[in-house]
Design a protein around this ligand. Sequence first.
Ligand code: HEC
Length: 114
Amino acid sequence: MMISRKLIALTVLALGMSAGIGGAVAADLEAGKKKVQEICAACHGIDGATPLTPDYPKLAGQYPDYLAKALRDYKAGRRKNPIMAGMAAPLTEQDIENVAQYFYEQPSNLATRY
Ligand code: HEC
């Protein structure tokens, strides 16, 4: 009977994880794209790789946890930039996951030179 108990425990764990319990909320790429089109594309480009000017960083292909952390830091004032503070302020935790995953999925045109 140990086996079936273990199985139940694993199933509960898997269900919990897929429901987002104890972890980050699952990203919605379509919603992320929509948010980027509405707000972020003006500076970072819709693909995160063609910013309007070199003052705006490229985001395409960047690790989603880095992007999400940057957005949370702007929002909380831990990272200080007057432009991005205003951009991050209205984002919900779900928005942050969505846009971070969206930019991560875009092809990067940055490369390391050897
Ligand atoms: C008005 C122009 C503008 C808009 C619109 C804008 N950004 Fe930014 N973004 C910037 C600038 C400028 C920086 C660099 C700030 C700094 O030096 O910290 C930046 C930096 C960032 C960074 C940090 C990048 C890194 O490499 O550390 C992220 C992530 C980011 N923006 C995401 C977004 C998202 C998501 C949106 C839309 C919700 C958005 N930005 C909208 C101008 C903009």
